[in-house]
Design a protein around this ligand. Sequence first.
Ligand code: NDP
Ligand code: MG
Length: 414
Amino acid sequence: MPLLAGDLVKQQLCILGATGSIGQSTLDIVRRHSDKFNVSSLSAHSSVDALFEQCVEFLPKTVVLGKEGLAKLLKDKLAKAGLANIAVKSGAQALIEIASSDDCQTVMASIVGASGLMPTLAAVKAGKKVLLANKEALVTSGQIFIDAVKDSGAQLLPIDSEHNAIFQCLPEIEQRRPGDCNINESGISKILLTGSGGPFRDLPLDKLAAVTPEQACNHPNWDMGKKISVDSATMMNKGLEFIEAKWLFNLQVSDIQVILHPQSTIHSMVQYKDGSVLAQMGNPDMRTPIAHALAYPERIDAGVEPLDFFATASFEFKAPDFDRYPNLRLAIEACENGQSACTALNAANEIAVDAFLNEKIKFTQIAEINETSMNKFVSLKVETIDDVLRIDEQARCFANQVLAQLSGPTEKDI
Ligand code: NDP
Ligand code: MG
């Protein structure tokens, strides 16, 4: 698309994972503020029709799909709609190209899973303003990711509602140095990471093995993609967020406390040494952190209903129960053990969640696969991104073997 005069002052956005839950919420903010934001590029994995609709509405310069055949399909559809000037590419390298292109200043990293690592890292290395939803990218690469942020001077802003809440409760000096915070200097005694406990928080423990993917994806407070919904039900999501918080805010394991807060009204808190606790609250709608990060340090309307305190149920808080949420315990252990444990745990979890969603294993077997896989890769050296990619791949292979033992032969094998 040729740039119009007004586009020069608008923030040019690349949205990785545009067809997902976060991608769509981001586009909703763009739609509400077309005077401020313009879409330069979009990506999807296989949702050709959804990406086509987004092309028609937002007229990006370039879009990327997972496979060449899908890109060809989209190209034909666009040509028929008179939009042949939108470049359609495919594959991992094309994601890296749009994320680091001069066409954008800001990259929304909202691909799900470790598949988002390389394009997100490319955006970081190119010194972009990076809006990080894809927590798996940071969990799986940790120090390497943070070093890249420091080296390039990229501006890293958290989208995950808890981390965005923590960010908002930090003094400005800490907001300006992601990955390099000094909480002691800022008088902070603890980061209080809240989580709802998911749809099974009150289910008797002996019923957990029988829950279905549909029940697991039916989160009581948030509307999200399937993988993160299952992660919320197992609380692996809180575990990944624990590791994410460690890296984003330069924390020790003992600096972070997980608190169950079923209402999801408080999105997380920062406790100061003088006894003050700052909380960020709001209705559970991801458009709030997305709008916050897009406009930072300004504030813009996100289309989110204001919190009605008189209609709000009372706030409850409890400690998480590791018998109910073994994945949370595993993630905290991984955080203590180091990078290879985190990378392997994340990779195994992606395999296990996919298997659960495809009804190959029980809900409770997700933790079994995760624990066996994490323990196998617990203390390997991780110094480069190639180390990360190798451990990620090996852990996926290993988790698939564990899965095969648990789930038995498939129809295809017989
Ligand atoms: P969704 O599953 O809804 O969307 C995922 C997006 O990534 C889609 O655009 C999908 O394309 C694309 N995608 C899927 N697999 C691949 C792949 N292998 N390579 C490239 N692109 C791929 O996920 P969410 O929006 O829920 O979550 C995205 C990220 O944000 C996750 O890391 C999640 O943890 C994080 N997050 C999400 C929150 C939420 O409320 N949803 C809250 C906080 C964090 P296609 O549509 O074609 O499949
Ligand atoms: Mg979150």
